[in-house]
Design a binder for this molecule. Structure first.
Ligand code: NAD
Length: 281
């Protein structure tokens, strides 16, 4: 049976450490603020935003959620981002994705000043990650790496296979693994013979968005399998990995829920605290 990469337990431990950093900043008279912009009424986004608010509250970070109506214009959204960029009390700005279809996501994200881009989606931060410079790394990829490291999963020289090439998960996690000296393969919807790739993987990251997509026959015995997927099936949240069959083959496996999702929020909090710390120094 695989060792469980318990994101819930790890994130609780990390949150306690983060609380100390918040307290240290507060002792210097610095308060920390995160502004989350939510446009429209996407139910999944509402849950994510609520969870981010709860994490802020637990750490003593001021978390403002700014709710904008579905019909918000690009100009209105941009004006708000500019206002928050200039607001000294705001250390981090997060635009909850996806935005309603009529809004230009790329343009909105680019407008956030890179220092306050706590999601790590700004082109400057993405570029820094790709060129090995210090910047803000995207929260989910950063959380995946933190989890692998916490369980001492060997990375250097190992084969890592990432299924998914999105800008928010697949590509940045591939870069982080490359920076750890893994030999990285990125698979996607046009990959021929996916299982031939995944069966070589010492580290397999599934970020597909398809319930129970990765099955035991696709996994190398002893591999570390990280499940990023959040899929709702019959009112239940399931990952991209068929946990029941894969846990019998894998060496390590992250559960859903209680895996990567918990780490993502924890890394967001870390990015906000880091932004505030940089301002103080
Ligand atoms: P996305 O839809 O942008 O990307 C999915 C990727 O899967 C694409 O690159 C596509 O090429 C690939 N893909 C689709 N079908 C495939 C197939 N048959 N074979 C191989 N590759 C295939 O999704 P995303 O934003 O990267 O998110 C992926 C999943 O992770 C979703 O379930 C999402 O909800 C979840 N997610 C979780 C967290 C978290 O904190 N746990 C954060 C972000 C996303």
């Amino acid at each position: 049976m695989a060792i469980i990469l318990d994101g819930k337990a790890l994130s609780e431990k990390m949150m306690a450490e983060l609380k100390n950093r918040v307290d240290a900043l507060r002792a210097k008279g610095k308060t920390i603020g995160l502004s989350v912009i939510l446009v429209g009424e996407n139910p999944a986004s509402q849950v994510y935003v609520r969870n981010k608010g709860k994490a802020c509250e637990a750490l003593g970070i001021r978390g403002d959620t700014i709710l904008l109506p579905e019909q918000t214009t690009q100009e209105e959204l941009e004006a708000l981002i500019i206002k928050l960029n200039r607001d000294d009390g705001v250390d981090g700005i997060l635009v909850q994705l996806p935005l309603p279809k009529h809004l230009d996501e790329t343009k909105a994200l680019r407008l956030i000043v890179p220092e306050k881009d706590v999601d790590g989606f700004h082109i400057e931060n993405a570029g820094k990650l790709f060129t090995g410079q210090e910047g803000v790394a995207a929260c989910t990829p950063k959380g995946i790496l933190a989890m692998l490291k916490a369980w001492n999963v060997p990375l250097s020289g190992k084969e890592a296979v990432v299924i998914g090439r999105s800008n928010i998960v697949g590509k940045p996690v591939a870069m982080l693994l490359l920076n750890e000296n893994c030999t990285v393969t990125i698979c996607h919807s046009r990959t021929a013979d996916l299982a031939a790739h995944t069966r070589r993987a010492d580290i397999l990251v599934a970020a597909v968005g398809k319930p129970r997509f990765v099955t035991a026959d696709m996994v190398k015995p002893g591999a570390a399998v990280v499940d990023v997927g959040i899929n709702r099936v019959d009112g239940k949240v399931v990952g991209d990995v068929d946990f029941e069959s894969v846990e019998k083959v894998a060496g390590y496996i992250s559960p859903v829920p209680g895996g990567v999702g918990k780490m993502t929020i924890c890394m967001l909090m870390e990015n906000v605290i880091e932004a505030a710390e940089k301002k103080v120094c």
